[in-house]
Design a protein around this ligand. Structure first.
Ligand code: NAP
Length: 360
């Protein structure tokens, strides 16, 4: 595989730091540019993140001395030095949208962790094991943007990355209704306990905009390409409640599901065990070997014990049993800044690289 030079836009933030650690010594991607806001620009990366490095591993040595560029002012320099960028910025939605489009229009593909472009019907929102075929919509997006090479691909919200993978192999039984309550870690808000002491011994029953994303985004992921649009699935009805809980990393979901043709417990477990997608077939560098992992122990999955399974890229499931109102209920867990954010973005980029989307 050819090596690609890549940039991280928002490199100083929580997701940006994760991207930096995941891309350190990546076999295909070589980080040549780190960018953030004007507040960080001009400083060495090690200085810019010194007081807020939140990873358990040290700042990658190869990136310590890279001088952080200004994502907006230095856009021409950045796009001339990289083959594509990862983008994870905390900016108002319209500014994020303008920033990502400006990169794409300079023929620099954008792997976005942000929500600004998620619901555009010609922007693929890819969970690589589930809807890799949505990449084909890039042709239509390029026509709209007037680009030859540039495009934007997004990863979905972190909240849906446990229950959508768990439900996906069960679609053959006709999923009718889903109720999911999510219990979301504080890193999902870009926070640690040091920076958010109010979360110790606490639960906040509100995460702005999260329930809407958690109900709408799965339907786009399960949508189909029709002409120059991704048309969302309209057969499945989803309702959610999203709570912030005092957990550092790892989003858990309690899920209830009703089917057209109710499968047996054995059939569900068999589908989970057998499920593999394109990342597994292509053996992408960040693909977990076993994506869906069922625990028979009644007290699993647990955030602290199971979030790092397969480098935080696998999904853990447990407590599958019949329900009195729906057909079944179960609990699932995924690492929100790995599978749910930076790792999911890296895996999406690996898929698109393997399929040649950065070469055309
Ligand atoms: P964060 O820790 O607050 O970091 C924000 C980053 O954006 C920093 O690098 C910051 O640079 C940069 N930034 C802010 N304003 C900017 C501007 N005007 N121009 C250029 N860069 C600017 O946020 P985060 O948690 O990493 O989240 C980043 C994005 O990922 C958000 O869209 C978030 O919704 C999404 N996301 C997060 C998670 C998660 O689990 N945390 C999961 C999925 C998606 P400075 O340091 O210079 O201010």
């Amino acid at each position: 595989m050819k090596k690609y030079n890549v940039g991280i836009i928002g490199a100083t933030g929580m997701v940006g730091q994760r991207l930096a650690t995941l891309l350190d010594n990546h076999p295909w991607f070589n980080v040549t540019v780190l960018a953030a806001s004007a507040r960080s620009a001009g400083q060495k990366y090690s200085e810019a993140v010194s007081k807020r490095w939140a990873m358990t591993t040290p700042i990658p040595t190869a990136m310590e001395n890279i001088v952080v560029l200004d994502a907006l002012k230095d856009i021409d320099t950045i796009t001339s030095q990289v083959d594509f960028v990862f983008c994870a910025v905390d900016m108002p939605k319209d500014e994020t949208k303008a920033l990502e489009e400006a990169y794409a229009k300079r023929e620099c593909p954008v792997m976005s962790n942000n929500s600004a472009h998620r619901l555009y019907d010609d922007v693929p929102m890819i969970i690589p094991e589930i809807n890799p075929e949505h990449a084909e919509i890039i042709h239509a997006q390029r026509k709209r943007l007037g680009t030859k090479r540039g495009f934007i691909a997004v990863k979905s919200n972190c909240s849906i990355q446990s229950y959508v993978p768990a439900l996906h192999p069960l679609k053959e039984f006709g999923i009718k209704r889903v109720l999911a309550c999510t219990y979301q870690a504080i890193s999902g808000a870009g926070k640690t306990f040091e920076r958010w002491p109010e979360m110790v011994d606490n639960l906040i029953p509100y995460i702005g905009g999260e329930e809407q994303k958690s109900e709408i985004e799965p339907l786009k992921v399960w949508g189909t390409i029709e002409g120059d649009k991704i048309v969302s699935n309209s057969d499945i009805s989803i309702t959610t409640q999203c709570l912030r809980v005092p957990v550092s990393d790892g989003h858990t979901a309690a899920v209830f599901v009703e089917f057209e043709n109710k499968p047996t417990i054995e059939q569900i477990k068999e589908r989970w065990a057998a499920f593999a997608g394109k990342p597994q077939q292509l053996e992408l560098p960040h693909a977990p070997k076993q994506f869906l992992n069922y625990f028979e122990e009644p007290d699993r999955p647990q955030a602290k014990l199971d979030r790092d399974l397969e480098g935080g890229m696998a999904v853990s499931i447990g407590r599958l049993r019949e329900d009195t109102q729906y057909d079944y209920k179960f609990v699932c867990l995924s690492h929100n800044t790995l599978r749910g954010a930076a790792g999911g973005g890296v895996l999406m980029a690996e898929l698109l690289a393997a399929e040649g989307w950065f070469d055309r």
